[in-house]
Design a protein around this ligand. Structure first.
Ligand SMILES: [Zn+2]
Length: 210
């Protein structure tokens, strides 16, 4: 089977390949439960847990690793709009690559259009596609930023992500702090730029969701 060398990479898999992965993962997770001391077949609650976990991974948790990129419909920026386009409160549901535990929160994505504008639902789809993989929040932020800059052919993109990590709240020192990562380019990097200020204000509002 083709293997991903990076945990947050992508290979567009065929339905047949995904079906085989579910079978293999079911077997492997059964072994894992046994290894950590559970006779999962003896309990009616857990007898099908290996298959359930395998399906949860392949159909939801890592679906961004195995599906093709979202269709990006761009429209010509006819009136030459050069203000901020911002989408806040985009839900993030991801999994940390280090512990394979969930992290969740919100992304705020913005850009200043050049030649093209994009349908806003597409920004959500891009965030979803990169989130549904084993990730580091830092890498996720960069991947979303670079993808938008590349596809939109525009210089000014800002991505801010604030998440709570269950690998912090459920193990180790068990704290529920929020981690924020920002990746800016173009005017968003300019000191005292009004568009940058506008974006920073939007992050503040977004941050109150926790
Ligand atoms: Zn972790």
């Amino acid at each position: 089977m083709r293997l991903l060398e990076k945990s947050n990479g992508n290979l567009d898999r065929s339905p047949g390949e995904i079906g085989q992965m579910i079978e293999n993962a079911t077997e492997a997770y059964a072994q894992f439960l046994t290894a950590v001391g559970f006779d999962y077949k003896a309990d009616r609650q857990t007898v099908d847990t290996p298959r359930r976990v395998a399906k949860a991974w392949l159909k939801d948790l890592i679906v961004g690793s195995i599906s093709s990129e979202p269709k990006m419909t761009v429209f010509p920026n006819d009136e030459g709009y050069d203000g901020l386009v911002i989408q806040s409160g985009i839900p993030i549901v991801s999994m940390c690559a280090h512990h394979n535990l969930a992290f969740t929160g919100y992304a705020t994505v913005a850009y200043v259009p050049a030649e093209n504008v994009i349908g806003l639902s597409k920004l959500n789809r891009i965030v979803e596609w990169f989130s549904r993989r084993p990730q580091m929040q830092e890498s996720l932020t960069t991947q979303i930023h670079d993808y938008i800059a590349d596809k939109m052919i525009c210089d000014s993109v800002a991505v801010s992500i604030a998440c709570k990590h269950t690998c912090c709240s459920h193990r180790g020192i068990k704290h529920g702090s929020v981690m924020t990562t920002n990746k800016f380019s173009g005017v968003f990097m300019e000191k005292e730029n009004l568009i940058r200020e506008e974006f920073l204000h939007a992050i503040e509002v977004n941050g109150t969701k926790f």
